[in-house]
Write a protein that binds this ligand. Structure first.
Ligand SMILES: NC(=O)c1ccc[n+]([C@@H]2O[C@H](COP(=O)([O-])OP(=O)(O)OC[C@H]3O[C@@H](n4cnc5c(N)ncnc54)[C@H](O)[C@@H]3O)[C@@H](O)[C@H]2O)c1
Length: 385
């Protein structure tokens, strides 16, 4: 597809998204009337999807210079990259992650918005003097929050993952509903009667399990935290060990944010044709490199679907190479993602006027969540009468 066509496709997607849930234009109107970012440079490390394009377009109405880089190659939509560049944004995607972080940081951002914490990691570890001049940052993902917690960050980083809004709506309902839509369109599978193992019962796992059950699957939950395991029990799910669950499940979804939570050894008892899906942030919850090394035959069944035959004669069907499937396929779920994007925009606006904030992680102020929820309710009324 030519660059022009790709960019036009992304523009049409942004219009479609705004027609059904116009929270981004509402945010843009608010920012345009205040122009809080005038004179500032803001660096954004994000999944470069149409939803991010819909966000950045509105954020820029608040003034300032906006510079972007990819959060992950696997989730970068090059139509969106073209669209953003056509609209005058600098977007860095090529070379190694270090390369595009360095390119973005050469703009010396005053504020940073990120998913996954990798840009903040590069900034603090490689450019500590520059980090001293940053006014504040927003981190949207659990994985990023954990990473930032390990860093000695000299400025406030607002954690919008652990407020009230994002876990309740985006992590739970957005991923829960969006993941299974994406799986069905990728594979044609219906869930009725299938056995699904959900690993991790945070908000993401809870949504993934609930929507699978609602679609008729027999769902089991594997969770290492005893309180959450108990909650899964009272929500009505069997709570086997991982190895036990693996012997029965036809589909396993990782939802932990951890690394190698599903190793090759864990998969020893897997039935033939087990489908492996990741819904967590990174691409390493399932040990795909170990599966690749152990495979005696590999079949690229379709885009994003690879079958690995193991020595035992059994196959594993890996979807989207272990990257978060709903994001790779669908850019996440529009409404919940846009809701937390609105919160991200409001938080950046707040950081331009907040004073005396401590360095390091701070939880998003409830007042900002209330404003974001009001914007969402207004958008829902406008869209649905
Ligand atoms: N795909 C998406 O669109 C999307 C959206 C939001 C969040 N996420 C990501 O999904 C992941 C989960 O998010 P969350 O909000 O539910 O996080 P969370 O930390 O609240 O929940 C993760 C759960 O996994 C459990 N866990 C960790 N390791 C385990 C293991 N080895 N076995 C069993 N259980 C284990 C933890 O005890 C915890 O209860 C994070 O990586 C987050 O960044 C993805």
């Amino acid at each position: 597809m030519s660059e022009l066509k790709r960019s036009a496709r992304a523009a049409a997607e942004v219009s479609r998204i705004n027609a059904f849930f116009p929270i981004m234009p509402l945010l843009g109107n608010r920012l345009a009337s205040v122009r809080p970012f005038e004179g500032l440079t803001i660096g954004v490390s994000a999944h470069l999807t149409t939803l991010t394009a819909a966000l950045v377009r509105e954020l820029a109405l608040g003034g300032g210079t906006w510079v972007l880089c990819a959060a992950s190659d696997a989730t970068t939509d090059y139509a969106v990259v073209d669209y953003l560049r056509d609209n005058g944004f600098d977007v860095y995607t090529s070379g190694s992650r270090d390369d595009y972080h360095s390119a973005l940081l050469s703009h010396e951002p005053d504020l940073i918005a990120g998913v996954g914490g990798t840009l903040l990691d590069t900034l603090v570890r490689r450019f500590p003097e520059q980090a001293e001049r940053v006014r504040g940052a927003v981190e949207v993902s659990k994985t990023g929050v954990v990473k930032v917690d390990d860093l000695d960050v000299p400025f406030p980083v607002v954690n919008i993952n652990d407020g009230r809004l994002k876990p309740a709506v985006e992590n739970r309902h957005g991923v829960g509903e969006g993941l299974w839509h994406a799986v069905q369109s990728l594979t044609g599978m219906h869930l009725s009667g299938r056995r699904v193992g959900v690993v991790g019962y945070g908000p993401v796992g809870r949504g993934v399990a609930a929507y699978a059950r609602a679609a008729g699957a027999a769902v089991e939950v594997v969770e290492s935290d005893p309180v959450r395991r108990l909650v899964a029990h009272y929500d009505g799910f069997p709570i086997p060990t991982l190895s036990d669950c693996i012997t029965r499940a036809g589909i396993v979804v990782t939802c932990t944010g951890g690394r190698s939570v599903l190793s090759l050894a864990d998969l020893a008892g897997a039935p033939d044709g087990m489908v492996l899906i990741n819904a967590g942030h990174g691409g390493d919850e399932i040990d795909i490199p170990a599966i690749k090394r152990a495979a005696i035959a590999v079949d690229h069944v379709a885009d994003h679907v690879v079958s690995y035959k193991l020595q035992s004669g059994r196959t594993l069907l890996v979807l989207t190479d272990g990257h978060p499937l709903n994001i790779v396929m669908n850019a996440g779920s529009p409404e919940p993602v846009l809701l937390h994007f609105a919160l991200l925009g409001l938080t950046l606006e707040w950081l331009t006027r907040a004073t005396d904030l401590p360095p390091g992680l701070i939880t998003v102020p409830p007042d900002l969540e209330n404003v974001a929820a009001e914007l969402a309710l207004t958008a829902l009324r406008a869209a649905h009468g």
